[in-house]
Write a new protein. Structure first.
Length: 201
């Protein structure tokens, strides 16, 4: 699964959390968790551009903890709130776990419990990693579900005018978020391309 598909799958998972969240849908804690879960969806696949073995360390629980712990410390320090740090930590873990779920559906297995276990999981072969149609479908379904879940929760706790204002703000924020993600996450295939050598003059 490519970045686009992973973002969509993570957004779909986040939409379920939004619907089940017992507090106010505008709670900063919820937005923090959703933001980390969706924006960091492609991170485990950054093993390719930095030269690591694909679906190796970054596709393990140890790798997820290695990445999430410094963010917990950074967010806790910057926000002066250990609670937001914990939420960011859980958001990163969620991003990795949902990423793993997406990779289970493709052809290549991986070892999420390494080094504790060499057992491979995945390889369901439902679609290939490079299947553009599948990635596009996941992205559209996931982002639409996240937007609708936020709008539905807002409609339950606000009057009409407040709902329209808040809904517009949420849609704008989601639009900006996904545009930023698309700009900063190039297809993995691009990272493998080498610049053409200059020809003879």
């Amino acid at each position: 699964m490519r970045s686009q598909g992973h973002i969509g799958l993570n957004a779909l998972g986040a939409s379920l959390a939004v619907l089940l969240y017992p507090g106010n849908p505008l709670d900063p804690a919820l937005f923090t968790w959703v933001g980390f879960t969706v924006v960091l969806a492609p991170v485990p696949d950054y093993d390719i551009p930095i030269g690591l073995r694909h679906r190796g360390f970054t596709h393990t629980l140890l790798g997820a903890l290695t990445f999430s712990t410094p963010l917990f410390l950074a967010v806790s320090y910057i926000s002066s709130s250990w609670l937001l740090g914990v939420i960011a930590f859980l958001g990163v873990l969620s991003a990795f776990l949902l990423h793993f779920l997406g990779d289970l559906m493709t052809h290549t297995p991986f070892k999420p419990l390494y080094p504790l276990s060499d057992r491979e999981i995945g390889g369901w072969g439902l679609f290939s990693t490079s299947d553009e149609a599948a990635n596009r479908v996941f992205f559209k379904i996931g982002t639409t579900a996240l937007a609708l879940s936020m709008l539905f929760r807002l409609s339950l706790v606000m009057d009409l005018v407040s709902f329209i204002i808040s809904a517009t703000a949420v849609l704008v924020l989601l639009g900006v978020l996904f545009e930023m993600v698309k700009l900063t996450t190039k297809p993995l295939s691009e990272s493998r391309k080498r610049p053409p050598r200059p020809g003879p003059r």
